[in-house]
Design a protein around this ligand. Structure first.
Ligand SMILES: *Cc1c(COP(=O)(O)O)cnc(C)c1O
Length: 429
């Protein structure tokens, strides 16, 4: 499989090169040259087959010759080393829990897969690989954990001071080893701007390979399709193709679901559920793409004004708006609505959701109101403990600390403070 840049100026590359580069030299996102189509039988027989085998077939279509099968199997075994349970809440609504990984965020899958790929590639070169990543919350922890002790790879994480939760900060500042955290005086957008600038700085590329681990990287983006495949695998026999409601920020997760659907996976419809950062809901309404500055919300991992993966979604539909609109609806919700949803989910189903999952739930409920004959699945992308203050205050009860979190609380945070590009550059040299 070859990948082309969505700016269409840079040459086509293999999966390996796309994963190592992160972004194409012309600043475009990489996109697979063909969308492989899997047969109806493949999808029908999914429940009978071993999930790892199916995942290998699907991913191999994208990794091609870049990763031999035994190594791909090893990487996927690590990536899929935890459950994605599909839990019915009532006849027409189920929740797909994606937070059972080591950092309790769905980004563990993409981060672990990417770390496995880069670890394999770095074994083929003497050059040190530096992974540079800006995080608004969950990416940093998942990337830190996925790359911990991967030989030949060093990770530098930038996060905005005071804008990530205590647990999130601990997850990215307490690992040590090959993981470094830089706390930036500024916003997530400032962190991203610093990262972008580093990628344009030739001096930094002199004796190291610099790559990003944001969801623009194909190695992080593509394996996310496996969540949806796992949901389909767990549906009861004879179930109708479901509607998927996806709490969305940078739109990588949703884009992977839409990709799976174009590969033949049964899905009736997709919903992009956003917080007040509603660029896409407004776009779907007006066809006018008009990002406004990001505003902070309770679902802070989705505080993104200009979602980088949306160009991939448009490309998937060949920029045909009516076709896109036939498969995708988008809705936006306020913090107040999010809190009400957390309440409702607990009262109606004794289900504890985090603010992101709650936004996904709201999107699904809205769609099912208008399309009552459908059944749907909303994605729960983080464990509620990661947004402990919000959920505890909202439900007026204490959450139990899961094992993955308990170990973090007495570890010391280690980070350096930076505010300028010069300081970042110094840290990277
Ligand atoms: C990153 C994140 C999202 C948004 O996912 P995108 O792929 O960026 O749309 C949603 N929920 C949580 C908890 C996240 O960490």
């Amino acid at each position: 499989m070859m990948y082309y840049s969505l700016q269409r100026q840079a040459p086509e590359v293999s999966f390996k090169e796309a994963a190592l580069r992160g972004i194409a030299p012309d600043r475009g996102l990489y996109f697979p040259k063909e969308i492989p189509r899997f047969s109806t039988e493949f999808w029908q027989e999914l429940p009978k087959r071993d999930f790892l085998e199916s995942a290998m077939q699907l991913m191999q279509a994208f990794t091609g010759k870049s990763i031999p099968l035994p190594e791909l199997r090893e990487i996927l075994e690590k990536t899929l080393g935890f459950e994605f349970p599909l839990i019915p809440l009532e006849d027409s609504i189920s929740v797909l829990e994606l937070f059972h990984g080591p950092t309790m965020a769905f980004k563990d899958v993409g981060a672990t897969f990417m770390a496995g790929c880069l670890g394999y590639f770095s074994g083929q070169t003497d050059l040190k690989t530096v992974v540079l990543v800006a995080t608004s919350g969950d990416t940093g922890g998942a990337v830190a954990r996925g790359f911990l002790n991967v030989p030949g790879v060093e990770v530098v994480i930038l996060y905005p001071k005071g804008k990530v939760s205590d647990i999130q900060e601990r997850q990215l500042t307490t690992l040590g080893a090959n993981i470094r955290a830089l706390r930036v005086r500024g916003t997530f957008d400032d962190c991203q701007a610093l990262v972008k600038r580093a990628f344009q700085d030739p001096v930094l590329f002199e004796n190291q390979a610099l790559t990003s681990a944001n969801s623009i990287n194909v190695a992080r983006w593509l394996p996310q399709m496996l969540y949806y495949v796992s949901a389909i695998q767990q549906l009861p026999p004879g179930a109708a193709p479901p509607v998927f409601s996806v709490p969305s920020g940078n739109f990588g997760n949703l884009c992977a679901g839409l990709l799976a659907s174009q590969m033949g996976m049964p899905a009736a419809h997709f919903i992009a559920a956003t917080n007040p950062n509603d660029t896409i809901p407004r776009y779907m309404e007006s066809r006018n793409y008009d990002p406004k500055p990001a505003v902070p919300s309770l679902s802070n991992a989705m505080d993104v004004a200009d979602p980088s993966n949306f160009v991939r979604i448009r490309e998937l539909f060949k920029n045909d708006f009516p076709k896109l609109a036939a498969k995708l609806s988008a809705y936006s919700y306020t913090d107040e609505q999010t809190l009400t949803a957390i309440h409702t989910l607990f009262k109606s189903y004794a289900y504890m959701a985090d603010p992101h999952g709650a936004v996904g739930y709201l999107g699904l409920v809205k769609y099912l109101e208008d399309h009552p004959h459908h059944t749907g699945i909303f994605l729960e992308t983080a464990h509620p403990i990661k947004f402990r203050e919000t959920v505890e205050t909202c439900l007026d009860r204490e959450l139990e600390l899961p094992l993955q979190i308990r170990g973090l609380l007495d570890r010391e945070k280690v980070f350096s403070d930076i505010s300028t590009y010069e300081e970042l550059r110094e840290a990277l040299r």
